[in-house]
Design a protein around this ligand. Structure first.
Ligand SMILES: Cc1cc2nc3c(=O)[nH]c(=O)nc-3n(C[C@H](O)[C@H](O)[C@H](O)COP(=O)(O)OP(=O)(O)OC[C@H]3O[C@@H](n4cnc5c(N)ncnc54)[C@H](O)[C@@H]3O)c2cc1C
Length: 513
């Protein structure tokens, strides 16, 4: 017997991942002083870290030492060079991201319910939004850059969509405006999951222990029951952290299925091929890999742009091309910087001053897959998004439409006066096929992987969790993070993840009672 199994640490709940959903769950469960919780977090604390807590410094975190930085597999119809940033720090991706805050649309939740997630419809989910502790406010007046304001005016005129002030006030199908953000405008500090939920309580609650820089590499199962998590601390010590009540996985859409697979929970044939002993054959683990892919169109401006901003992408546009579609079917972020990382690989050059529009696909139809390539838990999993592989090319066509609409906006005042020339794809690129080729090869991710442990009806053999978020066929093991999304919301997903966290707390507490 190894030393750690002689003296395991025991808590009521072990939460794996102190990220977006994990922070909510840990803070809420420990409101009851009789409940003990351990959070196993792979990264360090965000407390006192200006580089993390200052929202506008977000690009500095990409690819750095607080980023797990996952590659994609070869994408024959897309961009094989995309790096998926996933945060390795308390607060998870809410400590890394741009904190654009959209309550999922009613049609998004209703789609989940129709996909078998009973009890997750729009009417039931509304209450969880009201519970969120994050400071969700519109981009502050002082942060509204002149060129972003002119983008809003030009988009309204060119596309004929309503101007929206407060996207979360009521459901919308189209519109342009400044976003709501989870931030504190007075000092540009994040209102991430960790800031809003953990910082106020983490030093005070004796019943909450956060294990920082500690990696969960395997679940401990006794028969069909999850009883703990094997972790490796920063110092390399291996410890079994036991749960009297439940283990709750909140490691995100990449690392939750990765941990399940390394614990022998997943598609039998895949596990056997790698020599991982099968603990529970669950075919859906790693399937249904979703994302919001985007492309980019960049303009050089006549000169420098005023410097004020919340995080350099403060406004956006939603379009509904198909009037029968329940909600928007094309979205744009407007960047007041020239976002040329991917186009540069295709030979384009970054202008000194410029702006970008990034059309994305709110409801992508391509579905990918995450799988292991090694039984070694330290080897990153393979992420095959199968970008732009849907049968009728809905995804590729959406980006082509996006570039055309972006050009219409750029031709319209008051934005037109700022713009000197289109840098990429360039005005000479006009045909459907050429535009599609550019859009797919210069594609990027909006950093929204989801769906790899999707929720579904208890009898659905491809579902990984049931509508109570319990892993099918196992006991005392739940998942609550972006991996449970059955389908992608049309909007940026972080608020949806926080709401999953709030609902998970209720489900866990309900079962404990
Ligand atoms: C650059 C970027 C910009 C984005 N912008 C926005 C935006 O503006 N608006 C929006 O709505 N969404 C945005 N997103 C997406 C959004 O942030 C994520 O969908 C959401 O935060 C995911 O939450 P989660 O709880 O599923 O996972 P995470 O928040 O990633 O949490 C997972 C946590 O688990 C930890 N962990 C993982 N594996 C292990 C392990 N084995 N052991 C221990 N700990 C582990 C990680 O360190 C992390 O803290 C963005 C994402 C990124 C990366």
């Amino acid at each position: 017997m190894s030393p750690h199994t002689e003296n395991p640490r025991v808590y009521d709940y072990v939460v794996v991942g102190g990220g977006t959903a994990g922070s909510v769950i840990a803070a809420r469960l420990t409101e009851n002083p009789d409940v003990t919780v351990a959070v196993i977090e792979g990264g360090p604390s965000d407390v006192g870290r200006d580089d993390v807590l200052t929202l506008r410094r977000w690009t500095g975190l990409l690819g750095g030492d607080l980023d797990y930085d996952y590659p994609t597999t070869e994408q024959p119809r897309g961009n094989s060079h995309i790096r998926h940033s996933r945060a390795r720090v308390l607060g998870g991706c809410s400590s890394h991201n741009t904190l654009i805050a959209f309550k999922p649309l009613p049609s998004d939740w209703d789609e989940w319910e129709a996909a078998g997630a009973k009890g997750w419809g729009a009417v039931q989910m509304e209450a969880y939004y009201a519970r969120l502790k994050n400071n969700i406010v519109p981009v502050d007046e002082k942060d509204r850059n002149a060129i972003a304001r002119d983008f809003v005016d030009a988009a309204q005129a060119a596309v004929g969509v309503p101007r929206v002030e407060g996207f979360n006030r009521k459901p919308f199908q189209e519109g342009v405006g400044f976003f709501d953000l989870a931030y504190h405008p007075e000092d540009n500090k994040r209102s991430s999951a960790s800031v809003a939920y953990l910082h106020p309580v983490m030093d005070e609650r004796a019943n909450l222990e956060i294990w920082l820089e500690t990696w969960a590499y395997r679940l401990e199962l006794e028969g069909t029951r999850a009883t703990g998590v094997h972790v490796r601390t920063k110092d390399g010590e291996e410890i079994l952290v036991r749960a009297r009540g439940e283990v709750v996985l909140c490691a995100g859409a990449v690392d939750t299925p990765r941990l399940l697979l390394h614990s022998g929970i997943g598609p039998r044939a895949d596990l056997e091929k790698l020599g991982i002993p099968v603990a529970h054959d669950l075919p859906g683990v790693g399937e249904n890999l979703l994302d919001h892919p985007e492309s980019v169109i960049v303009w050089e401006t006549h000169g420098p742009i005023p410097d004020n901003s919340a995080m350099d992408s403060d406004a956006g546009l939603f379009v509904r091309r198909d009037p029968a579609h329940p909600g928007p079917d094309l979205m744009f972020h407007f960047y007041q910087i020239p976002f040329t990382d991917n186009p540069e690989r295709l030979g384009y050059r970054r202008p000194e001053f410029g702006v970008s529009m990034t059309p994305n696909i709110p409801k992508p139809r391509s579905r990918g897959r995450l799988y292991l390539t090694s039984a070694d838990p330290s080897v990153k999993p393979a992420l095959d998004f199968r970008y732009f592989t849907d049968e009728d090319d809905h995804d590729g066509r959406t980006l082509v439409d996006g570039i055309r609409i972006a050009r219409d906006i750029a031709r319209t005042e008051p934005l037109a006066g700022w713009l000197k020339r289109e840098v990429c794809p360039g005005p000479e690129v006009t045909g459907d096929e050429e535009l599609s080729e550019y859009a797919r090869k210069a594609a990027h991710t909006v950093y929204h992987p989801a769906g790899t442990c999707r929720m579904g009806a208890a009898a659905d053999p491809e579902a990984v969790v049931d509508p109570e978020l319990r892993v099918r066929g196992l006991e005392r093991l739940r998942i609550a993070d972006a991996s449970v999304f059955p389908t992608m919301p049309a909007v940026n997903p972080m608020i949806g993840v926080l709401m999953v966290g709030e609902r998970a707390v209720e489900l866990i507490a309900g079962d404990a009672r």
